[in-house]
Design a protein around this ligand. Structure first.
Ligand code: KIV
Length: 265
């Protein structure tokens, strides 16, 4: 696999070739994922739950994010590395720039991911104008779990779906390089993907997105606590961590994952 850039991912979208993303927080998993052909490695703030045993992503700090991003970037040679801006790190656009620059300069990330729709437009534009590649995370925003009162599917009403479509277009216009949709009905995700000129990564968003992402501990079935219903256990089917990553790549690329059991209507 040659070095993956935003240009590579845009070309894959144009050619209708699906790409893959998984979370990693350390060198060993990142290397296995890269060898399996994963194009994008996400150092997600899900590390709060799966690495630190916290009950949500909210307590994850910038220090945590820089430490884990650096562990991943130190060994990766091909994958594009995306890192989450943790909760409230984008409270102002200036803070978002300082923290994004730190994730890139000290952590070695190639792109940052920011949760939120229209409220983040100004920040996304500010970062894009300063050369920071950004992925905008829409749909279920885990950093807003206390506002929702739980992890719930988003975009089910006509009004909520229209808002997501409008936010996706506006974020792309503001300079977002990638969109990520979490826990939305598959038909809505398909509509966003058709409308978008940038790649759309889905999680719990059906098979019509340009790419898929899962929390690696969920798809290995080892996350402490409840594993989301949209995450298939690839370890159970394949027998080893290496083969689980390979099976995931192969099933996403063939359009076999997510299937009917791993999506929302
Ligand atoms: O932190 C994370 O792992 C994420 C995924 C759920 C997309 O943001």
């Amino acid at each position: 696999m040659s070095k993956i850039s935003i240009t590579t991912l845009n070309k894959m979208k144009q050619q209708g070739e699906k790409f893959t993303c998984l979370t990693a927080y350390d060198a060993s998993f990142a290397l296995l994922q890269e060898r399996a052909g994963i194009e994008v490695i996400l150092v997600g703030d899900s590390l709060g739950m799966v690495i630190k045993g916290q009950s949500s992503t909210l307590p994850v700090s910038m220090e945590d994010m820089v430490y884990h991003t650096a562990n991943v970037s130190r060994v990766c040679r091909q994958a594009l590395i995306m890192a989450d801006l943790p909760f409230a790190a984008d409270v102002t656009k200036e803070k978002a720039l300082t923290h994004s620059a730190r994730l890139m300069a000290q952590g070695g990330a190639h792109m940052v991911k920011i949760e939120g729709g229209s409220s983040r437009l100004e920040t996304i534009r500010f970062l894009a104008e300063r050369g920071i590649p950004v992925c905008s995370h829409l749909g279920l925003l885990p950093q807003s779990v206390f506002k929702y009162g739980g992890y719930k599917v988003q975009g089910r009403s006509a009004e909520a779906a229209a808002q997501i479509l409008q936010d996706a277009a506006a974020l792309e216009q503001a300079g977002a390089d990638i969109l990520l949709l979490e826990c939305v009905p598959a038909a809505l995700a398909a509509q966003v993907t058709r409308q978008a000129h940038v790649p759309v990564i889905g999680i719990g968003a059906g098979s019509d997105c340009d790419a898929q992402v899962l929390v690696s501990y969920d798809m290995l079935g080892i996350t402490p606590g409840k594993i989301p219903s949209f995450a298939k256990n690839f370890l159970a089917e394949s027998g080893s961590v290496e083969k689980a990553f390979e099976l995931y790549v192969s099933q996403v690329k063939q359009g076999l994952f997510p299937g009917v059991d791993h999506k929302f209507d």
